[in-house]
Design a protein around this ligand. Structure first.
Ligand SMILES: CC(C)(COP(=O)(O)OP(=O)(O)OC[C@H]1O[C@@H](n2cnc3c(N)ncnc32)[C@H](O)[C@@H]1OP(=O)(O)O)[C@@H](O)C(=O)NCCC(=O)NCCS
Length: 174
């Protein structure tokens, strides 16, 4: 996967330790609650989680993470979200994303998906990618359906009712 992917509205950059503190600042309570995480975390907890993630990424074949990008806004240069892609069969689904609420509904997320998924399918011999979206998370469901994901099932993930949504290589690359 490329180190950096530059789009019109946003730029994806692979996770590095120099982004940890900014990540912490933008990973807001609003986003954390929607994702089912505790409302707040300390800076130390965020740094610890991200350090372990970088370690896992460096672990190559043995890592559940295939890619972990931070999302930067091209206008103000700030870190505004993240997109990570995990191995097929991962218990939490393959795609994980968030965007700080101040940047929702601006077309940025559609570009995040487009750049991230195109790069992923170009670098991996794989036909589909899935995600689990909580049934209550209507905004996320609509955002992914707008991009082209389809609901293929409903299941319980970590005690929450979720849709499994999937997108194909052909849809992303054509
Ligand atoms: C999911 C997320 C990345 C989407 O980013 P976004 O900028 O909000 O997405 P978009 O603007 O592209 O799409 C959202 C769509 O949901 C629609 N929507 C929002 N609330 C809605 C509601 N209550 N009912 C129906 N549609 C709704 C919006 O109108 C928009 O569709 P439109 O552009 O056709 O009008 C962002 O909301 C987020 O980070 N949420 C918290 C973390 C999260 O849920 N991550 C994903 C886990 S599966």
């Amino acid at each position: 996967m490329p180190e950096e992917i530059v789009g019109q509205k946003i730029t994806l950059k692979l996770l590095e330790s120099k982004y940890f503190d900014e990540y912490h600042g933008m990973f807001s309570s609003t986003v954390r609650i929607i994702l089912g995480l505790p409302e707040t975390a300390t800076l130390e907890e965020t740094r610890d989680f991200l350090s372990k993630t970088v370690e896992a990424l460096n672990n190559g074949e043995n890592s559940k993470y295939k890619a972990f990008y931070c999302v930067f806004d091209n206008l103000d240069g700030k870190l505004i979200g993240a997109l990570d892609i995990r191995e097929p069969g991962c218990k939490d689904g393959q795609l994980g994303t968030w965007i700080n609420e101040n940047y929702w509904g601006s077309g940025r997320y559609q570009e995040v998906l487009n750049l991230g998924l195109k790069a992923y399918f170009r670098s991996n011999d794989i036909d589909t990618i899935n995600a689990y979206v909580r049934v209550a998370n209507i905004r996320s469901l609509k955002a992914h359906q707008k991009y082209g994901f389809e609901i293929v099932g409903e299941l319980e993930v970590n005690c929450n009712d979720c849709y499994e949504i999937v997108i194909t290589r052909d849809k992303v690359l054509n």
